[in-house]
Design a protein. Structure first.
Length: 261
């Protein structure tokens, strides 16, 4: 699916620089991928690099096609990207906000197909009842779901989501992860999600990538193979108990930090 070859990137400010990645090599799996790691590991930076928002060294491939050398128009057709964002004010309705996600496909007017895709997406996220509401009237969690709908209606081949469950209540977190699983199975889309909730990743991801505080790949693979007590101690600095359900899905119960306070 997506392969990163010798990826290097540093943030530069004034005359100093902060190296985030240095010769990073990584292969994602097909389907639902989750990137885990501590704060400052470079998870959000990784998504920005994949979408082409950063001037990095190295090469990023989707299959055999180089995203690094792809023009902007084709990148937009290939990928949807939802960054962390906090937009509170808009004069548009929810329906109008989500239709904007169809811009690359829109012609002189909105077609019935466009409206059907938008309404089906709102239904799948259980927010169809909000279609006529003004975006500015919504709660933070509802606004997040509108942005997610706007991302999904474009029918891309690759979806990048940066902490999409933030500000969502527990039920909506589970529903969103279930929806992403369905999209992968129904539409054959590949998804890369950055989240902090290890238990959500363990339950829903097909492939997990663990990035450590140095911006290196600690491990990657199936959730049950990479979410271990040793990884939690080495990467997150915590002691934790792991239990497994009948399907072998691990659940993490943190006990304490390895650091003395």
């Amino acid at each position: 699916m997506l392969t990163l070859n010798n990826l290097s990137f540093s943030y530069k400010k004034n005359k100093t620089s902060h190296k985030v990645f240095d010769g990073l090599n990584l292969a994602f799996g097909r389907g639902f991928n989750v990137v885990l790691g501590p704060n400052g590991a470079g998870k959000s930076t990784l998504l920005k690099a994949i979408f082409g928002l950063l001037d990095y060294d190295g090469n990023i491939l989707y299959g055999k096609e180089s995203i690094t050398h792809m023009d902007t128009e084709n990148k937009i057709k290939l990928m949807s990207y939802l960054p962390q964002m906090d937009v509170d004010i808009s004069a548009l309705t929810v329906l109008e906000m989500v239709i904007l996600g169809r811009l690359p496909e829109l012609k002189s007017k909105v077609s019935d197909e466009d409206l059907n895709i938008v309404m089906d997406t709102l239904e799948s996220l259980n927010i169809a009842s909000l279609a006529a509401r003004n975006f500015s009237e919504l709660s933070g969690g509802q606004k997040k779901l509108v942005f997610i709908a706007q991302t999904l209606v474009r029918n891309p081949k690759l979806i990048l989501l940066d902490e999409p469950v933030n500000s969502l209540d527990l039920q909506k977190q589970l529903e969103l992860c279930q929806l992403l699983q369905k999209i992968v199975g129904r539409q054959g889309v590949d998804i890369i999600v950055v989240i902090h909730d290890i238990n959500l990743a363990a339950r829903y991801a097909q492939h997990v990538v663990i990035i450590d505080e140095k911006g290196s790949v600690h491990s990657s693979g199936k959730p049950g193979d990479v979410i271990t007590s040793q990884m939690l101690k080495e990467v997150y600095g915590v002691i934790a108990n792991l239990t497994y359900d009948e399907k072998g899905v691990p659940t993490v119960s943190p006990i304490c930090s390895v650091r003395k306070v």
